[in-house]
Ligand binder design. Structure first.
Ligand SMILES: Cc1cc2nc3c(=O)[nH]c(=O)nc-3n(C[C@H](O)[C@H](O)[C@H](O)COP(=O)(O)OP(=O)(O)OC[C@H]3O[C@@H](n4cnc5c(N)ncnc54)[C@H](O)[C@@H]3O)c2cc1C
Length: 304
């Protein structure tokens, strides 16, 4: 039985692993991949120490740092189930493979809700992005489309009217975000809204060249010439496998306190999968560090 099991190998999980190794905890890191969301991030300008770095390159550096230490890793398969056992926790991956540890940290992050339209898979990372805060500056002076009608989409559109030459805001519904954000957008003269419109297709060979939309009322179709598409229709926490074990909030995020404790003693959580506000690499990494330090204190209390 391991001292600590870390589930998730993104910025939160890998940082947690480095802290665990330095505390000499016997540690198992289980993850679908190493890197997480930054693996699909074109450029990062807000991780301290690097003025600009590609997401995958930053994650390679994280991985190298983890691999300096004796951390056992099981990469390539997701955890399908986590349960409490008398001495700690048991996780199941694949069919019958199980692992046990005295304490665990869940750091499984989030995944973007996809549009699920033709062209999306092919052009992901080639003009289609799922994080305007992060990638917006890369589209300076271009025409772009922001998809969504909630707060994330409105915030993305507010950023993009400053950065891009022209911004289209396309929403399936009337705008549902905060009125103060809607007011801010009213002042922009380089924004055009297409409300109650659906996206039919994102077009382009090697990079986004346009988007095809349809008016839900009139059924009229229209092509917009854009070089960037910001999909801001929400993120889904990867917390399905702990549903019923720990308390989740209304968004499906794992509720944690400022010590990264969940509703289950000995089970900690860190990063985007949690209720901590603001989802960024530097925050996830910091939360991963905190979670391990708290798990370490928990183990010390157990052995007393
Ligand atoms: C396109 C994009 C651009 C971004 N740009 C920036 C930026 O410029 N700056 C910034 O600070 N932030 C940016 N972010 C946000 C940032 O990437 C996240 O806040 C950060 O990655 C969260 O780290 P995490 O470790 O909590 O989760 P994640 O990065 O989501 O990692 C989760 C890990 O858990 C694994 N996993 C998931 N489910 C399971 C399971 N069931 N079993 C085992 N493993 C599992 C995944 O494979 C992954 O390795 C961006 C996000 C996106 C999507």
């Amino acid at each position: 039985m391991y001292d600590l099991m870390i589930i998730g190998g993104g910025p939160a999980g890998m940082t947690a692993a480095v802290y665990a190794a330095r505390k000499k905890l016997s540690t198992l890191l289980i993850s679908q991949d190493l890197g997480g969301q930054p693996n699909v991030t074109a450029g990062i300008e807000n991780y301290m120490g690097y003025q600009f770095i590609e997401g995958p390159e930053l994650m390679e550096k994280f991985e190298k740092q983890v691999k300096q230490f004796p951390v056992d890793m099981k990469i390539g398969q997701g955890v399908s189930n986590l349960s409490q056992i008398s001495q700690g926790f048991e996780v199941r991956i694949g069919g019958d493979e199980t692992y046990e540890a005295k304490t665990a940290i869940v750091a499984t992050g989030k995944r973007s809700r996809l549009l699920n339209v033709p062209g999306e898979e092919k052009l992901r990372g080639k003009g289609i992005t799922y994080c305007a805060v992060c990638d917006g500056p890369l589209f300076g002076g271009m025409k772009v489309a922001v998809i969504g009608g909630g707060n994330s989409a409105l915030e993305a559109a507010i950023d993009m009217v400053r950065i891009a030459d022209h911004t289209y805001l396309i929403s399936l519904t009337p705008l549902t975000g905060d009125p103060i954000l809607i007011d801010k957008l009213e002042k922009a003269n380089n924004l055009m809204k297409f409300l109650e419109h659906e996206v039919l297709e994102i077009e382009g060979e090697n990079f986004v060249e346009g988007i095809r939309i349809r008016d839900l009322k009139t059924r009229q179709e229209r092509e917009l010439d854009v070089g960037g598409v910001f999909v801001e229709i929400g993120l889904i926490p990867n917390s399905e496998f702990v549903k019923g074990v720990v308390t989740l909030n209304h968004l499906g995020e794992i509720e944690v306190n400022c010590a990264n404790e969940t509703s289950v003693p000995g089970l900690f959580a860190a990063g985007d999968v949690t209720s901590v506000p603001e989802k960024q690499i530097v925050i996830a990494a910091g939360e991963g560090a905190k979670a391990t330090l708290q798990a370490y204190s928990y183990l010390q209390r157990l052995s007393e």
